[in-house]
Design a binder for this molecule. Structure first.
Ligand code: HEC
Length: 154
């Protein structure tokens, strides 16, 4: 948006980004996930994403893997938890009725970061790109497809 369309950062409205993300994602409804890093920069993002996934941090010394891999297929409190190999990430953007608004994948990742006391990363940062690349590449290997997008979830 900044480089090609000439927007200044302060002019970018998050709600408009959510809207265009949802519009574009709707064309991938039910499609096979096909994130296969090949270019060196894609591989670098995949490797960074894997590192972020497993690195324990924050006041509770938690990592994504502690919940999503260790408890994969089980529940944390009432919520079912999935691993990337079980298709984690295949339902975003989604309308979360608990929060009464639309979430992108990045919004959802931030929700987990905040729930374990780690400040959420900047939008469009390497952290978001790397985690999305890692999670969706693992879902690709396991042969998952996207849900109907936008999805509707808790
Ligand atoms: C304390 C345990 C915990 C940790 C740590 C955690 N999550 Fe979650 N995560 C959950 C729970 C519980 C849900 C809700 C599952 C549901 O309601 O479907 C969830 C949901 C998600 C979802 C959406 C669910 C889906 O199926 O698409 C994504 C994406 C996600 N987490 C990513 C992450 C990432 C990335 C990290 C690391 C930065 C992380 N989570 C760390 C517990 C955790």
């Amino acid at each position: 948006m900044q480089r090609v369309q000439g927007f200044r950062p302060q002019e970018i409205k998050r709600d408009e980004v959510r809207a265009i993300t949802t519009y574009i994602a709707s064309f991938s409804s039910k499609a096979r996930i096909q994130v296969v890093p090949k270019h060196p920069q894609e591989l670098a993002m995949y490797n960074l994403g894997r590192e972020l996934w497993y690195t324990r941090a924050g006041p509770r010394d938690m990592s994504c893997a502690v919940c999503h891999d260790q408890y994969a297929g089980q529940r944390v409190r009432l919520s079912p938890v999935r691993s990337p190999k079980q298709g984690l990430g295949n339902e975003w953007p989604a309308y979360r009725f608990e929060e009464d608004r639309l979430y992108t994948f990045e919004d959802r990742i931030d929700f987990c970061y905040e729930s374990i006391g780690i400040p959420k990363p900047e939008f469009y940062s390497d952290v978001h790109i790397a985690l999305a690349t890692y999670i969706l590449a693992e879902a690709t290997k396991a042969g998952h497809s996207f849900e109907e997008l936008p999805f509707f979830t808790r």
